[in-house]
Ligand binder design. Structure first.
Ligand code: GDP
Length: 434
């Protein structure tokens, strides 16, 4: 099928109307088919101090012993049997460990990596506890960037963190300094999903009030959290669902790896109390279902997109700009030593030209100053010459007068004596010398 473009605009701007099939419209389907064949990969990070139920919630979310727990040897053995890999990525105060597992559901494979951050918030001084976690997220971006810059990009391994579940201690008093510090330092690098841990330790009223305080703190500190916004093409039902999910943030969750018996005899995942049971998957009891819905069912793709298009792109741009690369929206100019040399030469030549122009201007100014001075002294000389001439003429006149009075003619002959009438009728000049 052909593609044609038709230019129809009357003035300056040209409208292009497509009348054929290009193929890009089928891109989402292609991508979807390929993803289903190859499987999806998703990296989820969890953070929050020890004992808040992080590993329990992960295992509850994936309905399997994804996370073996820290000292749980039996669980580790079970995980090994399931093909789960546990690795440690650094021995700082806050340790970063990762667990990966392959989950298959309806023939669709999900390669899941869970990154835990044990030790966060467990010290007496928790200043900078967020730092190793930020470094880990950035190092994953760096690893991706390095692969993107390779000639062969066909086998890119994507270990970028797609979402971070941040566990907030159920204190009832809003965010603590450690929570604010953590979120403020990480919100630009990861899709932040705050959760209220162990929600069953509070009454529903306390949970609501606590959520309000948390959201107020998040707003006050300008912290950006992931929000499940609706697409303009979504149907009203989906829009309403997304709104309902967004309204539950921060999700107040309850995790449990145990089955408990309800009064009707059925067994469900939950926590047993002397007064009754809390069911994990009961929306009236807690927000676990909404969290799972957003994370694994409706917004997994959005989380992956936001990681790639927004968070990673921003990181990459900043990183490359810091390295001196110039970006023009789509294309990066790769580092080229020859180009760099030419650029430096051009800058040097421009500098020299500027210097020469400045020197010429200074020279011209100096010449003008000198010329002005010369003209001034010439004028002075001239006026002095004129004065001198005047003086000399006056003296000559006086001398001539004297000569006349003494009766000396120009030929040296005495002139007639005083009192003799002069023929021209002029009075003899009487000059007194002072
Ligand atoms: P982690 O250190 O954050 O990974 O926490 P764990 O998942 O190891 O859980 C610590 C303890 O809290 C365990 O005894 C869990 O059974 C318990 N726990 C986990 N989730 C919940 C929950 O939602 N509510 C309550 N009350 N306890 C929980």
């Amino acid at each position: 099928v052909g593609t044609s473009m038709q230019a129809t605009g009357a003035s300056g701007a040209t409208k292009k109307k497509m009348t054929g099939y290009v193929g890009f419209s089928n891109y989402p389907n292609q991508e979807h088919r390929r993803s289903i064949k190859r499987g999806f990969s998703f990296t989820l990070m969890v953070a929050g101090e020890s004992g808040l139920g992080k590993s329990t919630l992960i295992n509850t979310l994936f309905e399997s012993k994804v996370y073996p727990g820290k000292d749980d040897n039996a669980a580790a053995a079970a995980a090994a049997a399931l093909g789960v890999v546990v690795g440690s990525e650094g021995a700082k105060t806050v340790e970063i460990t990762s667990v990966s597992a392959e989950i298959v559901e309806n023939n669709v494979k999900l390669r899941l990596s869970v990154v835990d951050t044990p030790g966060f918030g467990d010290s007496i001084n928790n200043d900078q506890a967020w730092k190793p976690i930020l470094e880990n997220i950035e190092s994953r971006f760096d690893a991706y960037l390095a692969q993107e810059n390779r000639v062969n990009r066909s086998k890119i391994v994507d270990n970028r963190v797609n979402a971070l579940l941040y566990f907030i201690k159920p204190t009832g008093h809003g965010l603590r300094a450690i929570d604010i510090e953590f979120m403020k330092n990480l919100h630009n690098k990861v899709n932040l999903i705050p959760v209220v841990a162990k929600a069953d330790t509070m009454t529903p009223r306390e949970v609501e009030q606590f959520k309000g305080k948390i959201l107020a703190d998040i707003n006050f500190h300008g912290i950006q959290i992931f929000k499940p916004v609706s697409d303009q093409f979504d149907d009203p039902e989906t829009i309403a669902d997304n709104k309902a999910i967004a309204g539950k943030i921060p999700f107040a969750v309850v995790g449990s790896e145990r089955l408990v018996e309800r009064s009707d005899g059925t067994r469900v995942r939950g926590r047993q109390y002397p007064w009754g049971i809390i069911e994990v998957e009961n929306e009236a009891h807690n927000d676990f279902v909404s969290l799972r819905q957003m994370l694994l069912r409706t917004h997994m793709e959005e989380l992956r997109d936001a990681t790639d298009v927004s968070l990673y792109e921003t990181y990459r741009t900043q990183k490359l700009l810091a390295l001196g690369h110039v970006q023009d929206n789509t294309v990066f100019r790769e580092f080229n030593p020859r180009q760099q040399l030419e650029e430096e030469e051009r800058v040097h030549a421009a500098k020299m030209q500027k210097l020469e122009a400045e020197m010429a201007a200074v020279f011209k100014q100096k010449v003008q100053e000198k010329e002005g001075k010369l003209r001034q002294s010439e004028d002075e000389l001239y006026s002095r010459h004129k004065d001198m001439k005047g003086v000399l003429e006056r003296q000559r006149g006086e001398l001539e007068d004297k000569k006349r009075r003494l009766g000396i003619s120009d030929a040296g002959m005495p002139v007639p004596a005083v009192g003799v009438q002069q023929h021209d009728g002029a009075q003899p000049a009487v000059q007194s010398k002072d």
